[in-house]
Ligand binder design. Structure first.
Ligand code: GLA
Length: 380
């Protein structure tokens, strides 16, 4: 990938730039908890984005997406927003830096990535983080890493229409080889957890389906959570996020909220608790409990939060039948991957069975990715 980027960069711009990279992410547990002030447990992976960049002394960005063979030029004023989806991410990062008082100018870039798109591994956060990290370095802005993550998140909110939480950008910026991170999304306190489960591996099965309207459905889930918080606050004004409430307080407002909102909140409150239970289990080396919690998360995401689909439920069932320790939908849902914690001796049989039975039902095999926990944003 690097040499293809170099070659194109030289052809387009006639000189060399500097290389920056960032990563996609997995999440062991803690889904849809980030925007509820809860815990998440992600790690950066060995798939990400790679960009060559040089400052060009103008007020324009000249960007080439190698994977799409598309070249775009745009200015960095608010009205210069480009049309291409991928360019909006880079533009948004520029704007969010400028809004925070960062003085930046134009640059040339060629970039490429190997995070599968739409698979729930946060290819967009990898792109945002690469550019947020790189521009901070190249323009010597001195922005701290939390703010870099927020810049990526605000790009999603303000330029891409997704009211996401902070997990993906945090993982992509803070990722550390061999470590998962437990992040408290309310306080932003985090802790690295070395993750090397002896005798087990993490495998992603990508259903390769991406449902339309995933982002509006995502935003609606968030609204449900906010409705419930509003209702609870009437009695308990200190509640800022669902994270601050337990099931008793949810039950107090049961008659004041819709059945749907109740189910959504029930899932979130349970999921926040599960993250902590998984952390305890990991510290004891108790992977069977970790796996059981993953299945509980799948159930909640499928039946209560309703962000699963037929293909993902099917993959989860196959995992169960094959005796896989833990399996669940990963990421926002509505397509993408399941993440599976598999004992090594079951690995090959499980993959073969998942491929064959999924293909028999849906006409194509799921893609398989072994997970390697790696570093996040960096200069090469
Ligand atoms: C997407 C969002 C994250 C998070 C997950 C679900 O990846 O970008 O902020 O909400 O969904 O856990």
């Amino acid at each position: 990938m690097k040499s293809a980027i170099s070659e194109k960069f030289m052809t387009l711009f006639g000189h060399e730039g500097e290389f920056f990279a960032s990563a996609g992410r997995i999440n062991l547990i803690g889904e849809h908890t980030d925007y509820n002030g809860g815990y998440v447990f992600p790690g950066a992976i060995d798939r990400g984005m790679l960009a060559e960049i040089s400052l060009n002394g103008t007020e324009r960005v000249c960007a080439y997406a190698l994977d799409l063979d598309e070249y775009v030029e745009f200015g960095i004023e608010e009205s210069d927003i480009p049309e291409q989806g991928w360019a909006k991410y880079i533009f948004g990062v520029c704007r969010e830096i400028i809004k925070r008082g960062g003085r930046i100018g134009g640059f040339n870039t060629v970039f490429a990535g190997d995070v599968p798109l739409g698979a729930g591994m946060s290819s967009s956060a990898a792109l945002e983080s690469t550019f947020a990290f790189a521009l901070n370095e190249l323009f010597g802005l001195g922005i701290d890493r939390f703010e870099l993550a927020r810049i990526g998140q605000a790009t999603e909110h303000n330029y891409c229409g997704v009211n996401c939480g902070i997990m993906d950008q945090f993982a992509s910026i803070f990722g550390k080889k061999g470590n998962l991170m437990r992040l408290d999304c309310k306080t932003l306190e985090y802790k690295y957890y070395p993750f090397n489960p002896e005798g087990y591996s993490l495998v992603l099965l990508d259903s390769a389906v991406k449902h339309e309207l995933a982002s509006s459905a995502y935003n609606r889930r968030r609204e449900s959570c906010e409705n419930v918080v509003k209702a609870i606050r009437k009695r308990h004004p200190e509640v800022e996020f669902l994270r601050d409430a337990g099931m008793e307080w949810l039950d107090e407002v049961k008659d004041e909220i819709s059945e749907e909102d109740y189910k959504r909140a029930e899932y979130v409150i349970g999921e926040i608790r599960r993250v902590l239970e998984v952390c305890d289990a990991l510290e004891r080396g108790d992977y069977e409990t970790v796996g059981r919690k993953m299945y509980e998360t799948h159930y909640g995401m499928s039946r209560l939060y309703e962000v699963s689909c037929e293909e993902l439920d099917f993959l989860n069932e196959v995992a169960k039948k094959c005796g896989v320790t833990g399996s669940r939908i990963m990421g926002g849902g509505f397509g993408g991957c399941t993440i599976n914690l598999v004992r090594n001796e079951l690995h090959d049989g499980f993959i073969a069975e998942a491929k064959a039975s999924f293909a028999a039902k849906f006409g194509h095999e799921p893609k398989v990715y072994d997970v390697v926990i790696s570093d996040g944003a960096r200069r090469l």
